[in-house]
Design a binder for this molecule. Structure first.
Ligand SMILES: [Zn+2]
Length: 329
């Protein structure tokens, strides 16, 4: 068999008892239900088995599935790790190295917590536009209206238009320096002015990562700065990869046959060639689909999102599951 379902998770938490119940996360009970569903239909394999299969061109078990967790949230230690241990299955975790090492909060996470702290999104949008007015000259920004029009047609699988708009503006659309300024302003205004403490609460620390590694979990690279790596020149891409590998070494990971999980799923040819040179065995994207080792480049493997599979232990096999079992359906 050469097909494998790779499932991607981000926040997994006890939403009801969390200080941010609005955060777009997977409730731990539903996570548990989904794992039971998965165990009904799939064989959960270890990352090392998949690496071995790719390097040595070996087959993997029928209905193989791999569990992956992006961004190394403390949730993963508190809620995910104990359940995986109890069920005796492996998860693969991808920490954003800089945030863990320097106790910063990723802009993408700041945006999540701003959104989770403000029920109606209009005040955030009007804050963004008024900040843009203040910085229009310095950054030679086009009119607010032109941004609005450009992004009005955005569609996304899970978010409302307002949320998509805010995320696009603050993650990609505006100049990077201005994005940082606006995101910091919003984070301080709506969430907290103590970024370091917030970071320690949000992400796994070295000791937790080491403990998870010791007990059989897999830790891979998720870059250093959590950039859209396809937008960087080759030398900066190279530094990103090297710094993330230096971080993995500290945790005690094998950096010879490492796995790279692209932040935002973003990669390009020059990044792929850097990764091959450095001995990367697998690359995980956010393209939606079932991976096929025969068809997909091993550095460009698609994944399913947790929302693509049922979160109910007694659910009948879903479309994505049927595709693994009987490819002609
Ligand atoms: Zn990420």
């Amino acid at each position: 068999m050469t097909k494998i379902t790779i499932v991607m998770y981000h926040y997994v938490r006890d939403l009801k008892n969390s200080p941010y119940p609005e955060i777009k996360g997977l409730d731990v009970n539903l996570f548990n239900e989904q794992l039971r569903y998965i165990l009904n239909y799939y064989t959960v394999i270890r990352m090392e088995d998949l690496i071995d299969a790719v390097i040595n061109k070996k087959n993997i078990p029928n209905n193989s599935l791999l569990l992956t967790f992006d961004d190394a949230y403390k949730d993963h230690f508190d809620f995910v790790f104990p359940i995986l241990q109890e069920l005796n299955i492996q998860g693969s975790f991808f920490p954003p190295a800089r945030a863990v090492q320097e106790h910063t909060v990723l802009d993408v996470n700041k945006i999540h917590f701003v959104l989770a702290s403000v029920p109606a999104k209009e005040p955030i949008i009007s804050d963004i536009f008024s900040m843009m007015n203040g910085y229009r000259k310095e950054f030679s920004l086009p009119s607010n209206e032109s941004y609005h029009q450009k992004l009005e047609e955005e569609e996304c699988r899970y978010d409302t238009k307002e949320v998509v708009f805010i995320k696009r503006m603050l993650q990609k659309e505006l100049p990077e320096k201005l994005r940082n300024i606006i995101v910091d302003f919003l984070f301080h205004k709506y969430v907290t002015s103590d970024e370091r403490s917030f970071s320690r609460e949000l992400y796994l620390n070295h000791d937790q990562l080491k403990a998870m590694k010791r007990r059989g979990m897999y830790i891979g690279s998720h870059g250093f700065d959590h950039y859209w790596l396809n937008t960087l020149p080759k030398d900066r891409q190279e530094r990103e990869v090297e710094k993330s590998l230096a971080f993995l070494k500290i945790i005690g990971c094998d950096t010879k046959n490492f796995v790279f999980c692209y932040p935002y799923g973003a990669f390009n040819d020059s990044l792929l060639s850097i990764l091959s040179e450095k001995g990367c065995s697998l690359g995980l994207t956010t393209q939606v689909g079932i991976a096929d080792l025969q068809k997909n480049h091993s550095l460009v493997l698609p994944r399913l999102d947790t929302n693509d599979l049922p979160k109910n232990r007694s659910a009948p096999p879903h479309q994505w599951t049927l595709q693994m079992i009987s490819p002609n359906l």
